[in-house]
Design a protein around this ligand. Structure first.
Ligand code: 13P
Ligand code: SF4
Length: 339
């Protein structure tokens, strides 16, 4: 039972290299409860020949403690494609684990909590996509990876926040079209449209985290902290992105920190990002607007351990859907990054 694991000298030794990475965000007494879980997860990973893929929004104990590969959706899709592990545990949300399964039909892909969803994923149905295709015949469908496999299967190509502009331009060029249908994130669609001559037909999905940020909020931070650097995710509204010094995927945002011109930064995105990068940037002060993704936060050390122990919850996708979704995901992987 996870709760009965103790902070023994062996656990202390196995986890001492992790503590310096998380001490800024986890109090010591909590660490001594988390470290036994971390040690057991890492032991079981070896026993099961498993890897853990951890999204940048995971809590620090998962991000630094147990994830073998960390990154944004595109980076983790690539890691999933390239792994030779028998088991992939996805510490992220359901659509990310599905993407790993689309790429790895022969491997066991697990998500610690199958209810870790995404508001964008839930914003569109297969019927909606088919109607859009009927309404715009011959116009290629570009689908953000934040969608279920069934929606990817209806698409010509997928994209992530790291390559949306390149994908839109590639899809339009391949189809000889001056337009694309872009699903389902309205804000990302509008942000992409601002960067390209291709006309973008958008859907009305929104991210529950990023739609909360406002221009007034960003301006208030700038007033309170003159010179602060504002880094935003493109799921924010175009007006918020307009206010930012840099806009990019979660990994793009992290990369930008190396070039930060101020020692004060605000990452306009999910809360855990700043916690996870603080150790690598001790000189930067992160001002935290702190908006949690309720889906990402469903993943815990406890359910990650249970996932490895009981091999649950396994991602399954009907083969006819998976094969069609794979074509769209593979086309996406052929395109490089914007950021
Ligand atoms: P990234 O691909 O930039 O990591 O974004 C995924 C996501 O869900 C952001 O909300
Ligand atoms: Fe989905 Fe938004 Fe959560 Fe990302 S932050 S997983 S887009 S709900």
């Amino acid at each position: 039972m996870p709760g009965t694991l103790a902070y023994t000298p062996q656990v202390a030794e196995a986890t001492e290299h992790i503590w310096p990475k998380v001490e800024g965000s986890i109090p010591r007494f909590e660490w001594e409860m988390k470290a036994p879980l971390i040690a057991e997860i890492n032991r079981l990973k070896r026993e099961r020949n498993a890897v853990i893929l951890g999204h940048n929004y995971q809590v620090p104990e998962i991000f630094h403690g147990v994830a073998d590969f960390k990154g944004d959706s595109l980076g983790l899709a690539r890691a999933a494609r390239d792994t030779d592990a028998d088991v992939i545990v996805f510490c992220g949300v359901h659509f990310m684990a599905e993407t790993a399964k689309i790429l790895n039909p022969g491997r066991t892909v697990l998500i610690p909590d199958p209810d870790a969803g995404c508001s964008l994923s839930e914003s569109i149905t297969v019927e909606d996509v088919r109607l859009l295709k009927q309404r715009h015949p011959g116009v290629p469908v570009v689908t953000y990876v934040n969608t279920p496999a069934s929606i990817k299967a209806e698409s010509d190509i997928c994209c992530t926040s790291a390559n949306a502009v390149r994908v839109v331009e590639a899809a339009a060029a391949d189809a000889g079209s001056d337009r694309v249908i872009f699903l389902p994130d309205e804000y990302l669609a509008r942000n992409v449209a601002a960067e390209t001559d291709v006309r973008v037909i958008a859907w009305h999905g929104r991210c529950v985290v990023h739609e909360q940020f406002t221009v007034d909020q960003i301006r208030a931070y700038r007033e309170q902290y003159p010179g602060i650097e504002v880094i935003a995710h493109p799921e924010c509204s175009p007006e918020v992105c307009e206010e930012a010094d840099f806009v990019g995927s979660t990994t793009g945002m992290i990369g930008y920190l190396d070039d930060a011109r101020s020692n004060r930064v605000i990452m306009v995105t999910e809360c855990s990002m700043s916690d996870n990068v603080q150790e690598a940037h001790p000189d930067l002060e992160f001002v935290k607007p702190c908006t949690l993704c309720p889906h990402m936060k469903k993943i815990t050390l406890e359910n990650t351990l249970a996932s490895l122990q009981d091999l649950r919850y396994e991602i399954e996708i009907p083969e006819n859907v998976r094969a069609r979704a794979l074509a769209a995901v593979e086309r996406m992987l052929e395109v490089g990054r914007d950021d």
